[in-house]
Design a protein around this ligand. Structure first.
Ligand code: FAD
Length: 322
């Protein structure tokens, strides 16, 4: 059974992303009595984030510091994390299945000559095995996977494994390491942030998504209003992005983001298979569409047949009263 688990943290805008806390919870499931060691890569002191990780269940945190870790690059992060892995010799490694996790994990796995289970939505210990569950065929089926020998390395999909409760009384060691990073072949000069302010789409508990039926950029206004009342984020189908109604960073689906919110409200979205690939594992799906035959109703838990421009403002008004 796995003993020491390394959890690779993900930081955005000086905060830990939720998937980091979820990764700690996954690590604890794998190793109920083992040591959970967090790793944070940064160009500056992130002791405050290390404390957060400890409050959410990590036993110890290592801060890998170097100026080259200011913005994410797979080259620099791979080097820093490999240092941590070589020093710690963990039995398992867990990280988020985010854009960064998807980029970093295969690279690390190949350097470590290990297997990798990606995009797991659950993990459990069954006898001698640690069994990961992951969706396949665009979420139509699930497979159970184990790594039979060597390092147990997995990425977990955000919003599926519940984080442990925060316990601010937990203490743990935080160590800093000025890590050496060789010259990089690619240097990030600037990051142009396109995503809107507010709730991060891939970690949002509520998503209000619009499709071609929204008809224009202005047509998205009622979706933003509803999302704001629900404390959620706005997403879109590819057709809406292609039509220029919103930025591609909002696209959900096979070639966009994969999301698993508690509530997904699809507005003016027909339910093409490529869109469903990104949202069909949402816990509750509400579809608003004026076509009663729209495919989206086949997977929706609640369907509203009607014009989204009439329904959304009413919904928003009612929810404001709650
Ligand atoms: P439509 O299919 O045109 O549906 C619009 C819906 O709005 C209709 O059902 C209509 O009844 C309804 N409607 C219209 N007016 C109103 C109104 N006033 N009130 C209520 N309802 C209204 N798509 C994605 O979304 N994500 C992806 O990642 C993605 N990747 C793709 C990858 C590949 C390789 C390919 C080939 C396609 C991909 N697509 C993707 C495109 C996908 O096939 C569909 O074309 C797209 O999802 C359709 O978007 P839509 O549902 O918004 O538009």
């Amino acid at each position: 059974m796995s003993e020491k688990v390394l959890i690779i943290a993900e930081v955005r805008d000086d905060k830990l992303r939720n998937v980091t806390y979820e990764s700690i919870a996954a690590a604890r499931k794998i190793s109920p009595d083992g040591e959970l060691v967090g790793v944070i890569c940064s160009h500056k002191d992130t002791s405050n984030l290390a404390e957060e990780m400890i409050h959410y269940g990590a036993d110890r945190v290592i801060l890998m510091e170097n100026d080259k870790l200011k913005t994410y690059s797979s080259e620099a992060y791979t080097q820093a994390i490999l240092h941590a892995i070589n020093e710690e010799s963990p039995n398992s490694i867990i990280m988020g299945h985010t854009s960064i996790g998807k980029d970093l994990s295969p690279k690390l796995a190949s350097k470590l000559d290990s297997g990798l289970i990606s995009d797991a939505i659950d993990v459990e210990v069954a006898g001698e095995n640690v069994v990961f569950t992951r969706p396949i065929y665009s979420g139509k089926a699930f497979e159970k996977k184990i790594i039979t020998n060597g390092l147990l390395f997995a990425t977990i999909r955000p919003n599926n494994i519940r984080a442990l409760d925060k316990d601010a009384s937990r203490n743990g060691e935080v160590s800093k390491k000025e890590v050496e990073i060789a010259d990089l072949r690619t240097v990030i000069k600037d990051v142009i942030q396109k995503t809107s302010e507010g709730v991060d789409l891939s970690e949002a508990k509520v998503i209000v998504a619009g499709g071609r039926g929204v008809k224009s950029a202005e047509g998205f206004e009622p979706l933003y209003e509803l999302a704001q009342v629900l404390g959620g984020a706005v997403g879109a189908s590819r057709a809406a992005c292609d039509a220029g109604y919103c930025d591609y960073s909002l696209q959900i689906g096979q070639t966009g983001k994969v999301v698993t919110p508690d509530l997904y409200i699809a507005c003016g979205i027909s339910g093409a298979i490529q869109h469903l690939a990104g949202m069909s594992n949402s816990k509750v799906i509400v579809a608003i569409n004026k076509d009663p035959e729209a495919t989206i109703f086949q997977i929706a838990d609640y369907g509203i047949v009607g014009d989204l421009f009439e329904i959304l403002p009413q919904l928003t008004e009612e929810l404001k009263k709650v």
